[in-house]
Write a protein that binds this ligand. Structure first.
Ligand code: ZN
Length: 208
């Protein structure tokens, strides 16, 4: 992997983290290509496996601690307590590992099924769409300059006092009235009620 590519993927990882409160898994799958998603899923699996290790380690320590209790009643209680707490943790972490493994398999399958050329084209189009400045979209009657961009009335809710902030450095938005935020593609999806690919096409159309 060349440096540029690895930087790109790192940036995507950052973007993924930043986008987490904003995007549900379903949107994420629409938003990123499988090739972009794969390293994120792999990072998540890695995290889950580390957590699993940690759980095993902690449980081992707790069990050693329990063995030292002399009072039999306390010992029985402690054992039950451990069982109920750890059974849940164990189930949850194993579910999580399975979940990410499944998604990795899905992404790998999708990558295999998409020709490299189509993939590059798709990524290029998405990048192009993301470059359309939010403030250039026809949804705002009055834009007021702020240090980081603009503030205006929110096109997503009945907004009498401007609460829709546009951040020009990241070309993203956040509305403090209806708590919706994201990038330019997400905004078009919300306003025009379009699925991801259609919103991308709409934006690329504007850009021409
Ligand atoms: Zn709003």
């Amino acid at each position: 992997m060349c440096l540029e590519q690895s930087n790109y993927l790192n940036n995507l990882g950052e973007k993924y983290k930043a986008s987490q409160p904003m995007y549900a898994m379903r949107e994420l799958i629409e938003f990123f290509t499988p090739r972009e998603l794969l390293p994120m899923f792999e990072a998540k699996l890695e995290e889950a496996l580390i957590e699993k290790e940690q759980i095993i380690k902690e449980l081992r320590e707790k069990l050693i601690g329990a063995a030292d209790i002399n009072n039999l009643e306390d010992k029985a209680f402690y054992k039950d307590l451990l069982r109920s707490i750890w059974q849940k943790k164990w189930k949850d972490i194993n579910n999580e590992v399975t979940h990410w493994e499944g998604l990795i398999k899905m992404a790998k399958g999708a990558i295999e099924n998409t020709s490299a050329e189509t993939q590059v084209m798709r990524e290029k189009t998405i990048r192009q769409a993301k470059q359309v400045p939010i403030e250039a979209l026809p949804y705002f009657s009055k834009l007021t300059k702020t240090p980081k961009g603009y503030v205006t009335n929110c096109p997503l809710h009945q907004d009498n006092h401007p609460s829709f902030y546009i951040y020009t450095d990241t070309n993203s938005f956040y509305c403090f009235g209806c708590n919706q935020g994201g990038d330019v593609i997400k905004l078009v999806m919300l306003i025009e009620q379009l699925p991801f690919q259609e919103a991308v096409r709409y934006l690329v159309g504007i850009n021409r």
